[in-house]
Ligand binder design. Sequence first.
Ligand code: SF4
Length: 202
Amino acid sequence: MLEIFGPVPSRRLGQSLGINTIPPKHCTYACIYCQLGNALHMSTQIREFLSPKELSEAVKQRLEEVKREGKRVDYLTIVPDGEPTLDKNLKELILRLKEFLIPVAVITNGTLVGRQEVREALLEADWVSVKVDAISLDIWKRIDRPHKDLDLEVIKSGLLHFASQYKERPTHLLMTESMLVEGVNTSSEELERMAKFINSLS
Ligand code: SF4
């Protein structure tokens, strides 16, 4: 399964060519609002999925078509139907994509950034978005329904560690995204905690 889609207009990324890098529904979370539904293959094990070489060849082919169609691509965006950092070959894929001289974006839930190999991969991307849906343990469990092996404190310290490393790459952009679910993570206390944490990521 090779899925390259777009370019589609993105509020944050301009014309974004989406790259689906892993089979559907492999994730470390089972968020209550997930558009993929409940049947997730939950895992925290990093492993091989699709071949980076085949994926980059598919992207190259699509870029040639896009050029013929007279369209432009502002970002190559790794945005699978699941969690992209579960892919052991993420760094190799990003490096291959960068050969097209178009910035590479990765949209991740950020749960595995405590692991060095994940940080090393994400540091190669030009734009990274991480999820911050909750700061309190009980609310995090309710909204993101994490895999049992995940630890919120490890995730938070991993995000801080990654942000401090990423900051040293001045042309790179770190973004966060938060899904607000009424009655779950929308209390003013939790929102303040989230804002404070996001602020600490700089
Ligand atoms: S992190 Fe994304 S893919 Fe994973 S369960 Fe949550 S919304 Fe779905």
